[in-house]
Unconditional design. Structure first.
Ligand SMILES: O=P(O)(O)OP(=O)(O)OP(=O)(O)OC[C@H]1O[C@@H](n2cnc3c(O)ncnc32)[C@H](O)[C@@H]1O
Ligand SMILES: [Mg+2]
Length: 194
């Protein structure tokens, strides 16, 4: 029997990627929205604390194991911003387009466009699991002002990978999953669960 797993996210882009990434792993993956779980608070200043809060919240409300992702884009010239604040960088309501526009505007006076995507995944077997399983991944790139590509989500039209000559929104889903911060973190997490 496959084990049910709640994905503690309301981000459609992430959910799509997790469904692709987890397709081969023996879990019956359900989005927290299917269970009426509302968005968790993300009050912390570290990715890992926010991911743990999201995982525990979803697990507590469903009674099922949960996997949460906290991620963001960290720009070196901005001291790592927007970082944990990536989803709401341009304020509420969340908007990928406004977040990207703010990032480009903030970088206008800078020369160093280097950045990285960072992702922490936290898996809890139950809400009070004292041994959450944690894995992370990082993907280096360059922020470019001109949007390129239709794929992915978030900052992907502006996140350029020099080795590929493409922005991450121009990659096929399998290629993004193979290389991304999220793909790296998920493969590391699955190894730990074996
Ligand atoms: O908390 P949940 O419900 O999972 O959804 P969220 O969008 O609020 O997720 P986060 O709090 O982890 O914020 C992550 C943000 O970082 C950005 N981001 C993370 N991974 C990305 C990726 O693969 N491609 C583009 N942008 C990404 C994007 O703006 C996300 O909204
Ligand atoms: Mg969030």
């Amino acid at each position: 029997m496959t084990q049910k797993l709640i994905l503690a996210s309301n981000n459609a882009g992430k959910l799509k990627e997790f469904n692709e990434l987890l397709a081969t792993v023996g879990f019956d993956v359900r989005a927290q929205g299917e269970y009426g779980v509302p968005e968790a608070e993300e009050p912390f200043f570290t990715f890992v604390e926010n991911a743990l809060a999201k995982a525990r919240h979803a697990s507590r409300l469903t009674g099922l194991p949960a996997l949460a992702d906290d991620s963001g884009v960290c720009v070196n010239a901005l001291g790592g911003a927007p970082g944990v604040f990536s989803a709401r960088y341009a304020g509420e309501p969340k908007s990928d387009a406004r977040n990207s526009a703010k990032l480009i505007a903030d970088l206008a006076a800078h020369d160093d466009m280097s950045a990285y995507y960072y992702c922490v995944l936290v898996f809890v077997r139950h809400a009070d699991d004292p041994q959450p399983v944690i894995a992370d991944g990082r993907w280096n790139g360059i922020i470019v002002p001109e949007a390129r590509g239709e794929g992915g989500f978030g900052y992907d039209p502006h996140f350029y990978i020099p080795e590929l000559g493409k922005c991450t929104a121009e990659l096929a889903p399998e290629q993004k999953n193979r290389l991304s911060h999220r793909g790296q973190a998920l493969r590391a997490l699955v190894e730990k669960l074996k």
